[in-house]
Design a protein around this ligand. Structure first.
Ligand code: GTP
Ligand code: MG
Length: 421
């Protein structure tokens, strides 16, 4: 099976709550607040690892949850929840299914991505002293967990891609240069999913992908080739396999241009990749015609290798050139491996909307502030009100016509609007 997708739910840990506590020492009549913070919830971190080849593990486990942070107790800070590090194959693309957005492309070994941040631990009451509030009797709740419903997609990782019309001899070629044994037949679309093969050449090796044949319109979705063109994105070098002597009497050079045109239409970037032409089936060209065919292709200025995938003729010069091109492509600067973990951008935006029932406040940051507030505690609510005032939320509500007592929804919490608290 060609396994390259999985749907997985990831949940970070929520933050532990901060503590309400006061110094209690002998001979000190009224100690100040010393309530400690809650611990941070565990992150969910994805790591690209070249030891992983498939997403098979995610067929077995489809949900990952990190531990919550421990609540602060007295003046003892709560312990952080343990992070969960999950290895994925290099080349895994992570899509957020709810946002329908690609979050990251883990394309370098060692690359880390914090997919779900653990909730911050809530502040203990020692953070809330001020000139007017010397004995704060509230603390902050921990920040909520993050949930990401993700689709993991693994693109085929091959260094070299074989592209060409159906029946050109791509599968025959990969079976000649590697241990791969794809089906070969004298009808088009024999290959319906890409086949990978490892090519060992002199002191080096590389991975080749035999692609389903492309046809006119492939870039727009015609035929089988299109759904696999995305795999070609990973190939550093392309071998364009051309049938030099097609049975249907079509012109090999026209066929060549047809495929090049489809590649270009699909992606200019792919089209610009280093390329060689494998002019195949030279064994069946009638004596006397070879020179003319070759000459026409030489005019293109693309490295040209007459071969016979069936007999193995011409393999060495072809592979030698491919290795040269690969090495040149690999020499290009790569992203350093031990980079700090990447993170999703934190959403600071908020907005207010008038609804039939009152007003609704949107925005991750505001929702989080509310979620971290102990709504049973008047002082904590007063403190929240001031934070919202500072962010401009209260002003915005007033601008929209909110009056004393109007209903304001923030996430799952409901408030009565008031100017001053
Ligand atoms: N004489 C000769 N026949 C070849 C050569 N290479 C491939 N063929 C034949 O051409 C036909 C198609 O070969 P495949 O390797 O299946 O072609 P493909 O490009 O993989 O085709 P699709 O998978 O359909 O896209 C088969 O009958 C092969 O035996 C060659 O060098 N010489
Ligand atoms: Mg094939």
């Amino acid at each position: 099976m060609f396994l390259d997708e999985a749907e997985v739910t990831f949940v970070s840990g929520r933050g532990g709550s901060g503590a309400v506590s006061f110094h209690r020492e002998k001979h000190v009549p009224r100690g100040g607040p010393n309530g400690a913070d809650g611990g941070r919830g565990g992150h969910i971190i994805l790591i690209a690892d070249r030891g992983r080849r498939t997403l098979y593990d995610f067929k077995l486990q489809q949900r990952f949850e990190a531990d919550s942070g421990v609540h602060g107790v007295g003046n003892k800070r709560g312990k952080d929840g343990r992070d969960i590090e999950i290895k994925v194959p290099v080349g895994t693309i992570v899509r957020d299914l709810d946002l329908d957005e690609i979050l990251v492309d883990l394309n370098v070994h060692g690359m880390k991505f914090v997919l779900c941040r653990g909730g911050r631990g809530g502040y203990g009451n020692q953070h809330y002293t001020s000139s007017v509030r010397q004995a704060p009797n509230f603390a902050q709740k921990g920040a909520p967990e993050e949930i990401v419903h993700a689709k993991l997609e693994l693109k085929l990782l091959a260094d070299v891609g074989l592209v060409g019309l159906p029946n050109a001899g791509k599968s025959t070629l990969i079976s000649m240069i590697s241990a791969a044994r794809p089906k070969i037949a004298d009808y088009p679309f024999t290959t319906i999913v890409p086949n990978l093969g490892v090519v060992k050449f002199r002191d080096t090796s590389f991975v080749v992908a035999d692609m389903p044949g492309l046809i006119q319109g492939a870039s727009e979705g015609v035929g089988l080739g299109h759904q696999f063109l995305k795999h070609v994105e990973r190939n550093r070098v392309l071998i364009h396999v051309v049938d030099a002597y097609p049975i249907d009497g079509s012109d090999p050079l026209e066929n060549y241009h047809l495929i090049e045109n489809e590649l270009k239409l699909y992606s200019e970037e792919i089209w610009k990749r280093p390329r060689v032409i494998a002019l195949n089936k030279t064994d069946i060209i009638p004596a006397g015609e070879f020179g003319g065919i070759r000459e026409r292709f030489e005019g293109l200025g693309v490295p040209l290798f007459p071969i016979s995938a069936a007999t193995g003729q011409g393999m060495d010069p072809l592979l030698f050139e491919v290795v040269q091109l690969l090495e040149a492509a690999m020499a290009e600067p790569e992203i350093p491996v031990l980079m700090p973990a990447l993170e999703k951008a934190v959403d600071q935006e908020w907005s207010v909307e008038q609804t039939d029932e009152g007003f609704e406040v949107y925005g991750k940051r505001v929702l989080r502030l509310v979620a971290m507030t102990d709504l049973q505690n008047d002082d904590a609510v007063r403190y929240l009100h001031r934070r919202l005032q500072r962010l401009g939320v209260i002003d915005r509500l007033r601008e929209l016509g909110a009056e004393e007592g109007d209903t304001v929804y923030v996430g799952s919490a409901v408030f009565a609007y008031t100017d001053q608290l």
